[in-house]
Design a protein around this ligand. Structure first.
Ligand SMILES: [Zn+2]
Length: 375
């Protein structure tokens, strides 16, 4: 499900926002339910065009509410010094993708509370707006939309505050356990067990609904519960691997680069002597023995072929060195975001300006596999 593609819709506060295909399921479900049953039952006797308009506007506002919730997390995380790569909306709500884990229990606590806090503030504001509109004699159709929105924001806050990891409430719980025990891994284990237990409880409630009350209304709880317990179990596994990767320095898994490319080499020469028939698609570029970047077949291909004889490897190599360079003592968990297939894809291990080795995605996958086999 989480392998479904995502679409970028824009940037807010400098953070790219993506919508995962699974989000459309919820979006459609909300729009259809509002238009065909909720609004017609709440305000009777309107034309279907009005119900569709109410449904569409309210669904968009709901979508905006979830984004604001997610941005509250992201902006607090960023204020605490973490880099947010993107915000993605899933079927479950939103996920802020961060380059690293929060640095302290206190930071995680504030970060996790910010989202539900935002939803509660929105719920309160919308409630006040609804009261004003009511007093001013606004049309029932308008009131129904605003009422729905404060209730949905309140529900968002309450659901997310359930104390099971990886929900926000579970993160708050993890922060508290982490603060008390000083052990992030143990705190994650307990908080994700709570997540699994909560998932099972939600499924059980849905089953009881069918057996005792002969209703299918609670069946969505089973879906949520199933998601929650799956996510909780994998979140703990990820944390476990991360903790082990934190103990391995890059120098233990780096390999010596297949070849170094002098910065003055033209793309024409590179095509013949490096890329053509070579096993590698990325090479470190050096100038006077010092690393200046990484040249990548994909980037070379973006340059028009007629320019290859005069364009050098130095020209296309990434000069944003900070992004691709690490020290031999840096731990493997720190470079994971850089190995994203859409990113640089490799990290150059540099000591005193000289290349000591290279770490690629394949090296890390091999390490993760060997950790999994040991445990
Ligand atoms: Zn949240």
């Amino acid at each position: 499900m989480f392998n479904l593609p995502s679409f970028r819709i824009g940037r807010f506060f400098g953070i790219p926002v993506e919508i995962n295909t699974s989000w459309f399921i919820i979006f459609l479900l909300v729009a259809v339910t509002l238009t065909t049953s909720y609004f017609p039952a709440t305000v009777e006797g309107l034309s279907s065009a009005v119900y569709i308009l109410m449904g569409a506007l309210t669904t968009l506002a709901f979508f905006g509410s979830v984004l604001l919730h997610e941005f509250a997390h992201s902006l607090v995380a960023r204020a605490g010094g973490l880099t947010i790569t993107r915000v993605t909306l899933f079927v479950f709500g939103g996920v802020s993708q961060m380059e690293e884990e929060p640095r302290s229990p206190g930071h995680e606590f504030v970060m996790a509370s910010a989202g539900p806090g935002m939803s509660l503030v929105l719920a309160a504001l919308l409630y006040i707006v609804a009261a004003f509109l009511d007093a001013a004699g606004a049309h029932d159709a308008v009131l129904a939309c605003v009422d729905y929105l404060w209730i949905i924001n309140l529900s968002l806050a309450i659901f997310n505050l359930l104390p099971g990891f990886p929900l926000d409430g579970g993160r708050v719980l993890r922060a508290l356990l982490w603060g008390i025990t000083g052990d992030l891994l143990r705190a994650t284990r307990w908080a994700s067990r709570m997540g699994q237990a909560l998932g099972v409880a939600l499924i059980a409630t849905a089953v009881l609904g069918v057996l005792l009350w002969q209703t299918l209304d609670l069946i969505w709880l089973a879906v949520m519960g199933w998601f929650l317990s799956t996510l909780a179990a994998s979140a703990y596994q990820q944390q476990l691997v991360r903790a082990q990767l934190a103990r391995v320095p890059l120098e233990r898994i780096m390999s010596s680069p297949a070849a170094l490319v002098p910065a003055a080499t033209t793309l024409e020469e590179m095509a013949h002597s490096y890329f053509l028939g070579g096993r590698h698609s990325r090479y470190p570029v050096v100038e006077d023995d010092r690393v200046v970047g990484l040249v990548d077949l994909r980037k070379a291909n973006q340059v028009d072929r007629s320019l290859w004889p005069e364009t050098t490897a130095g020209d296309v190599a990434r000069h944003d060195l900070a992004d691709i360079v690490a020290l031999p003592t840096t731990s493997v968990d720190r470079i994971l975001p850089k190995l994203d297939p859409n990113g640089p894809g490799a990290v150059l291990v540099v000591e005193d300006g000289r290349l000591a080795g290279i770490v690629t995605r394949a090296d890390v996958i091999r390490l993760v596999r060997s950790i999994a086999e040991e445990s």
